[in-house]
Design a protein around this ligand. Structure first.
Ligand SMILES: Cc1cc2nc3c(=O)[nH]c(=O)nc-3n(C[C@H](O)[C@H](O)[C@H](O)COP(=O)(O)OP(=O)(O)OC[C@H]3O[C@@H](n4cnc5c(N)ncnc54)[C@H](O)[C@@H]3O)c2cc1C
Length: 410
C-alpha cells in the first residue's frame, strides 16, 4: 500500500501519523508547494473506530478549500442534518430544539455525519493523486527524534529521515509528545461513556438528540443519539453514547454487559423494539486536555497530539484541522518565502489559545452532564425544567452555568 517515490529524497516536512490531521497536513502542504513524507505506525489505514462522526461547518470549509474532491464526496455519501433536540427524564420530555436550517448557505450544510475511517480513506485517495508531493509509509513507526540547530532526524525501524521540520499528528497518546517531555494538561471525565454504533432503521428523523437524566441511566446520566453514514454507499446507522455513573464506571465490564443483557436493556430504553445490528462498540473516559506547548524546536504537535476533548460539540477535528491550516501557512512562509523561523512561534500562541477556549467550553458541558453530587444534579434539573416551564427565564439561565454553550452543545 506504500506509495513509492524517489527513495532517499530529502523532503522539507515529515508528518508522523496518518490519521485525519496527518493526512490533511500533507494535503495542505502540497497545496502550498511543499513536499512531505507521512510515517504511519500501522500497516494500513484504520478501517473501523469510534472517532469523529460529526463534521461541523468549519471542518467542511477547510476540506472544501484544501481537498474539494473529498468535500464533494462527503456531501454525496455523508448524512446531513440541521436539528438538535434535547429531552429530559425517563419520559423523554422535550426541552428544546435548535434548528440550524438557516445556516445552510452556499449549499454547504451545517453538519455532515460520517464514520471517521471513511473520511480518512477519502483523504488518502486524494493524497494518491499527488505522488510527487506526498509519500505515505505504512508500518513505519517513528521511534526516535533528535534535533540540531539546523534540522531534525526521525528514526524508524526501516530508515533515518533528516528534515527541517516535523509535524507530530500521532494522536492523543502521542509517543512524540511524550518523548519531547511535553505535558497534556487538564482533566478527564469521572465517568465512562459507552459508545455503540448500530445499523438500524429507527423511526426517527435524522437529527441529533440528547437526553438529560435519560431512561436506563443512573445518577442523572445522559444519552446522545446521533445519525451517521456508515459506508461509502451512504448506508444509515446511529451512534448511541451512554453515560455511566462514576460507580458503574469503576466496575464496568463491556463483555459481561453484552452477555448479561445490560447493554440490550439500556439500548431498548432508547431505541424501542426496532431490530439492530451492532457495528462497533467502545468505552471511553473523555479528556479535556491541552499540551503545555505545541512546539519543541523543529517539532510541532497538531491534532489530538496537542489536545484532547470530549466529542460533545465535535471540537476534535475543528481544532485539529485549524492547527494544521495555520501550521501549513507558517511553514510556507518560512520554507517558500524565507520568513524568519521566529514566525513559527505564532503557532503555539494562537492555536493553544483556541484550544484553551474549547477546553473551557468542554469542561462546562461535561459539568452539566456529570453533576458533582446529588444537590448539584437537582439544581441542574430544576434549572433545566424552569427554562422550559417559563421560557422567559431562559435568557436569565443563559448567563449562568447553563449558558447558551451548554444548550448548543447538549
Ligand atoms: C468516541 C469519539 C467520538 C468522536 N467524535 C468526534 C466528532 O463527532 N467530531 C470530531 O471532530 N471529533 C470527534 N472525535 C475526535 C476525533 O476522533 C479526533 O480528534 C481525531 O481522530 C484526531 O485525529 P488525529 O489525526 O489527530 O489523531 P488519530 O486519529 O489518533 O491518528 C493518529 C495516527 O498516528 C499513528 N501513530 C501513533 N504513533 C505513531 C508513531 N510513533 N509513528 C507513526 N504513526 C503513529 C496512529 O496509528 C494513528 O493512525 C471523537 C473521538 C472519539 C473517541
Amino acid at each position: 500500500m506504500n506509495i513509492a517515490i524517489k527513495p532517499g529524497e530529502h523532503v522539507p516536512v515529515i508528518i508522523i501519523g496518518a490519521g485525519p490531521n496527518g493526512l490533511l497536513a500533507a494535503l495542505a502542504l502540497r497545496q502550498r508547494g511543499i513536499k512531505s513524507i507521512v510515517l504511519e505506525a500501522k500497516p494500513g489505514l484504520i478501517r473501523r473506530d469510534s472517532g469523529a462522526i460529526t463534521m461541523p461547518r468549519p471542518v467542511l470549509e477547510i476540506l472544501q478549500s484544501v481537498a474539494p474532491a473529498v468535500y464533494e464526496k462527503l456531501r454525496r455519501i455523508g448524512l446531513t442534518w440541521t436539528k438538535k433536540t434535547t429531552y429530559f427524564g425517563p419520559f423523554k420530555w422535550h426541552l428544546w430544539t435548535h434548528d440550524y436550517s438557516r445556516h445552510v448557505t452556499g449549499g454547504m450544510p451545517p453538519f455532515i455525519n460520517i464514520v471517521q475511517h471513511l473520511t480518512v480513506e477519502l483523504l488518502f485517495e486524494e493524497i494518491r493523486q499527488y505522488p510527487d508531493f506526498v509519500t505515505v509509509k505504512f508500518d513505519e513507526a517513528a521511534l526516535e527524534i533528535c534535533q540540531t540547530a539546523v534540522d531534525a532526524t526521525v528514526i524508524t525501524a526501516k530508515a533515518v529521515y533528516t528534515t527541517p521540520y516535523v509535524i507530530a499528528c500521532d494522536g492523543v497518546h502521542s509517543p512524540t509528545r511524550k518523548r519531547l517531555g511535553i505535558e497534556l494538561a487538564g482533566d478527564r471525565s469521572t465517568c465512562k461513556f459507552v459508545i455503540l454504533d448500530i445499523i438500524a432503521d429507527l423511526p426517527l428523523s435524522s437529527e441529533r438528540r440528547y437526553y438529560f437524566s435519560a431512561p436506563g441511566c443512573k445518577a442523572g446520566g445522559g444519552v446522545l443519539l446521533i445519525p451517521e453514514a456508515v459506508d461509502a454507499q451512504g448506508k444509515a446507522g446511529w451512534r448511541i453514547d451512554f453515560q455511566l455513573s462514576p460507580k458503574e464506571s469503576a466496575i464496568f465490564d463491556f463483555e459481561a454487559a453484552l452477555h448479561n443483557g445490560d447493554i440490550e436493556r439500556r439500548l431498548r430504553r432508547i431505541i424501542g423494539n426496532v431490530p439492530y445490528e451492532l457495528n462497533w462498540k467502545s468505552v471511553y473516559h473523555f479528556n479535556q486536555k491541552v499540551a503545555t506547548t505545541y512546539q519543541a524546536g523543529r517539532v510541532f504537535l497538531a491534532g489530538d497530539a496537542a489536545h484532547a476533548f470530549s466529542p460533545f460539540g465535535a471540537p476534535g477535528l475543528t481544532t485539529g484541522f485549524g492547527d494544521v491550516m495555520l501550521l501549513a501557512d507558517l511553514l510556507q512562509g518560512v520554507l517558500v518565502h524565507d520568513a524568519p523561523a521566529s514566525t513559527l512561534e505564532r503557532y503555539t500562541a494562537e492555536r493553544r489559545e483556541f484550544a484553551l477556549a474549547k477546553q473551557r467550553t468542554s469542561q462546562q458541558v461535561l459539568r452539566a452532564m456529570i453533576p458533582k453530587n446529588t444537590f448539584d444534579r437537582l439544581w441542574r434539573n430544576v434549572r433545566l425544567l424552569l427554562g422550559v416551564v417559563f421560557p422567559g427565564l431562559r435568557a436569565a439561565l443563559d448567563s449562568g452555568p447553563y449558558d447558551k454553550r451548554v444548550e448548543k452543545f447538549s
